[in-house]
Design a protein. Sequence first.
Length: 405
Amino acid sequence: MTGGLLIDGTGSPPVRNATVVVEGDTIVAISPETGSPHHSASERVIDAAGKTILPGLIEAHIHMGWARTPGVWPKLVGQAVTMHAARAIRNSLYALSQGITTVREAGAKNGMSISLRSAIEQRIIAGPRIVACGSPITMTGGHASQYGREADGPDEVRKAAREQLKAGADFIKLMGNGGFTLTRGDDVTTEQLTRAEMAAAVEEAHKAGRKVAVHASGAAVGNAIAVGADSIEHGVFLEPSEARKMVEDGIFLVPTLLSMHTLAHHSVEWGRSEGAGRNAARALEQHERSFRTALDAGVRVATGTDWVLDVVGEMELMVRYGLTPMQAVVAATATAAEVVGLAARIGTIAPGMLADLIVINGNPLNSIEELRCVELVIKNGVVYQPRALQEALGCEAQRPLPSRA
């Protein structure tokens, strides 16, 4: 790959006229190149002149079984797992076409994301690398109880964590509080799994070398921090003292700004309930304030969109709320790679890293929106043409639902 502007994901200044050499699934060399290098006949040369080369984008919080799907949540989630799997396959193709080469699947019906991961690894279907939690763990009747593993008390939550690990989970997802009308009686301010319950799951996960993500807003954030969670998901009503503690303990924030923003502004177009839209609209200002609080404290943030599957849209909001375009790129690459536990292999462009690369027709440092102009996607050294992936999706790719105001 020659002649492009290289943004390596680390936050370092871009390199002009760069050459990136890939052998198999691995990046083997990078150099600035001002001339026309000689290549052997066996090499494939991709001319990236006038374009930008970046690491593949990472979606660090998504539900593949109902992402990008209009309808009322309880009805969607209640559908058969085969419907969830069909949508996950569709969304896998769509994600790859948008330059997303890795997703952290944040909870699927019947733990379906673990099978999705296997299908992609075995190249039965094309899609991004999947980092799967299987089923999220929630209290009986708690948020996401329609598809999660219900458990009550520290011992039962410990067993639930062990079950997910046994099934092959890459990380453990815990529900620390309610949400926005996914589950009957949902209230985002209500604590659900207790501190003692979460502590049991964290202990099991960390013994197994796995990370823990906690769905947490309000008081649940303090509980998640206290038990040693690795990331806070959503983080609405984040207090400055909590943000400072997150920095001290190295806890990441995946704010999912776009999901709240989309729900508040476009609930009707997405077929969500009026109540969900009203709840999100009331919390929107607090969500923005919480994100700015995290930035002011120095909390490291990563991109995730919950159900929208639009990493660039999340980056646009991050820039609107205070990040520079370069910082937003880092949030979607190097930092997100740390969140998903794969920073040693993905998220940056360097010799020895897996060849997860995208070529953009434009420069996202001028306008983050230019990341939507994906010309080429490489995952594990395999080249994908976004247009071909979109053609495989048919009309689905041509009718994106709104996610921006």
